[in-house]
Design a binder for this molecule. Structure first.
Ligand SMILES: C[S@@+](CC[C@H](N)C(=O)[O-])C[C@H]1O[C@@H](n2cnc3c(N)ncnc32)[C@H](O)[C@@H]1O
Length: 276
């Protein structure tokens, strides 16, 4: 039985998730595709350690956003993928995390399908799961949650998304993981508090998760904005809200020196739980 299909045919496009940063989190398929691609279209979350796995002859094309500079739009990216595949190349579209989690992979796959270009989708470790693991936050923990909610703080055009039902999430979501939320943290916290979440509820801000410069700031919904002002926390970052955050100072195994914990009282909270 053949376990892996590594055959990267010419004239095809692979949409591949590279995980949140640590090259060790690449899947075998992602690793093989990087080594075999003729051209790689990559976004801003991709780091050099991953790109350096490509052959010297592979063309590396940046198609991400850099700061406020004008960037290539989604339709242009779709066209590039189609045109390069028509030139009979092995085309790799390499994305941070998972291509289908807030990664616009669905749009790219649809354009390939409609253009009759053969494609393959390779899932990657999404930041909202792998990033939590590297911060010592179990995404589920039996004592705390039986569900997880992923929210994007950005709508399709960069606006605050109207489709986020803060009312029901505030009432029912035990663990909320917010992507692209750092710049909108005040909005996020005020929506949650307005709808009944405790002002002292824990929030973890995990920046550059799984990378060498990973940092974790632990605070509360009420205080996090002030705590952020006092500390340098860069994008990309995740906001994590829920009891699971309490475990981070205990289980944070990766870059514990880079954790900034403001929850002195959290130590007392662990004692209330019988973990052993
Ligand atoms: C456009 S979304 C892409 C998500 C990606 N497809 C995934 O599955 O992780 C970008 C957002 O993902 C989150 N993100 C991605 N990589 C991250 C990392 N290494 N550390 C923290 N957050 C990350 C941040 O919230 C960032 O603003």
């Amino acid at each position: 039985m053949q376990l892996f299909d590594f055959k990267f045919n010419k004239g095809t496009v692979w949409l591949v998730g590279a995980g949140p940063g640590d090259p060790g989190l690449l899947t075998l398929l992602a690793y093989e595709s990087i080594k075999k691609a003729d051209v790689i279209f990559y976004d801003a979350l991709l780091n050099d350690a991953i790109l350096s796995l490509a052959k010297p002859s592979t063309e590396l094309v940046f198609v991400g956003k850099r700061g406020k500079k004008k960037s290539i739009n989604q339709l242009e990216i779709n066209k590039l993928l189609i045109n390069e595949a028509k030139k009979n190349k092995r085309v790799l579209r390499l994305k941070g995390g998972d291509p289908f989690i807030f990664g616009r992979g669905g749009e790219e796959a649809l354009s390939l399908k409609l253009s009759k270009i053969p494609y393959k989708i390779v899932p990657g470790a999404t930041a909202g799961i792998a990033g939590l693991a590297y911060a010592g936050i179990p995404a589920t923990h039996r004592d705390f949650n039986t569900s997880i909610t992923f929210i994007s703080a950005y709508g399709a055009g960069g606006e605050k998304p109207e489709t986020v039902d803060w009312n029901s999430f505030s009432k029912t979501s035990q663990l909320i993981v917010i992507y692209m939320g750092l710049e909108r943290i005040n909005w996020v916290c005020s929506e949650l508090i307005k709808r009944g979440r405790d002002i002292n509820e824990n929030i973890a801000i995990i920046s550059n998760a799984t990378k060498q410069n990973q940092k974790i700031l632990i605070s509360t919904l009420k205080k996090c904005s002030k705590d952020l002002d006092k500390n340098e926390i860069d994008s990309p970052a995740l906001l994590v809200i829920g009891k699971n955050v309490l475990l981070s100072p205990i289980l944070n195994w990766y870059r514990s020196d880079k954790s900034i914990n403001f929850l002195k009282e959290s130590e007392k909270k662990y004692e209330q739980h019988n973990f052993i």
